[in-house]
Write a protein that binds this ligand. Structure first.
Ligand code: TXA
Ligand code: MG
Length: 325
């Protein structure tokens, strides 16, 4: 079942809460990408997420909360994390925090780690969690290793009837996943670049963001393997395009070979990075729909959200024998 969040907001919340209470998986829009959500405190509901997503069981989920009071039930915030939370939540920032040992989430949700990844999302999904009263475990709504969904139609195409309820909030605003950060020993470690630019984070706390230390127990899987991948092969930093390839470009500058290539996709005619982010995943999925077998992508600026975009397209281009499943 689909419910249009903008047309019927009360109904969307009511059916969403009922389905979550019943232990179902519900696809929800967030400001970043669509999530496959379930009651984070219900082990069998969370099991179902892993099944439909075909996600490796050792990979923990992000818990989405409605407010800091809910976060405090499950985790403790060090002073730097608290400052980041106050400044950037609700928003596209996930913090890996020490789990509250007195109130553990099921092992399926956290993969038995002593930490828990938490964020407070913007808008409808925050309202849904508030009405539900419990955190929602929600990975991105795509098969493991594939490109994340930024529309309800993407969710439908990927999962069909495997998901009983999709709350359709239209295209997501940001279009790439949240930035994941962990504070350890007073240092900021970036586990995944995402929708919140690290420049904003560094300015807020006056500290540099660094790469994670190598003793991280869990490295976000997208950090090692092919991930976010369309079916087509992907070639990066293209300054020309071959006749057998499709071109993904960004702005009006013409690219050598463009006139004779398979197809041209323009992520943002004005070269606007936010628009590039909002359209990247739907464009990668479109190349699949259009039956493209090889895609060349022009260089994309690496500042602001560009860091996340370059991270994702590099993983889309990684050798496929490193796929997680
Ligand atoms: O924007 C987002 O973050 C979206 C929306 C739905 O909120 N969610 C999302 O979830 O991207 P997912 O499961 O696709 O990515 C979450 C990442 C995984 O790579 C996982 O390994 C990492 O977070 N993660 C979860 N718990 C962790 C922990 N305790 N320590 C380190 N990494 C963790
Ligand atoms: Mg994901």
């Amino acid at each position: 079942m689909f419910v249009d969040v903008a047309a019927e907001p009360e109904k969307a919340i009511a059916v969403g809460v009922a389905a979550l209470r019943a232990g179902s998986v519900v696809a929800i829009p967030t400001e970043t990408v669509y999530g496959l959500s379930a009651d984070a405190t219900n082990q069998s509901a969370v099991d179902r997420i892993f099944q439909v997503k075909r996600r490796p069981g050792h990979n923990p989920l992000i818990c989405h909360c409605s407010d800091l009071a809910m976060v405090n039930r499950y985790a403790t915030l060090d002073p730097i994390s608290r400052k980041l939370a106050e400044q950037f939540w609700p928003g596209p920032l996930t913090l890996v925090l020490d789990a509250n040992p007195a109130n553990r989430l099921p092992e399926r949700t956290t993969a038995g780690l002593a930490t828990v990844a938490i964020r407070i999302p913007v808008g409808f999904s925050g309202d849904l969690i508030r009405s539900f009263g419990r955190p929602l475990a929600a990975p991105s709504a795509n098969l493991s290793g594939r490109v994340s969904a930024t529309t309800a139609q993407h969710v439908e195409r990927e999962f069909g009837d495997d998901i009983p309820l999709t709350l359709d909030g239209g295209p997501t605003r940001i279009g790439v996943e949240s930035t994941i950060l962990m504070v350890r020993g007073g240092k900021l470690e970036l586990l995944r670049p995402g929708g919140l630019p690290i420049e904003d984070i560094e300015r807020s706390v006056g500290l540099r963001v660094a790469a994670p230390r190598s003793d991280m127990k869990i490295v976000a899987p997208g950090m090692l393997t092919s991930h976010y991948a369309p079916r087509a092969s992907v070639r990066l930093n293209a300054i020309h395009v071959e006749p057998h390839e499709a071109l993904i470009k960004c702005g009006s500058v013409s690219v050598r070979g463009e006139a004779t290539c398979q197809r041209v996709y323009d992520l943002s005619p004005d070269g606007d990075l936010s628009e590039v982010a909002a359209r990247l995943y739907s464009t990668l999925k479109q190349t699949d729909e259009d039956g493209m077998t090889a895609v060349a992508i022009v260089p994309i600026r690496n500042d602001g959200i560009g860091l996340a975009l370059n991270d994702r397209i590099a993983r889309a281009a990684a050798p496929r024998d490193l796929m997680p499943e």
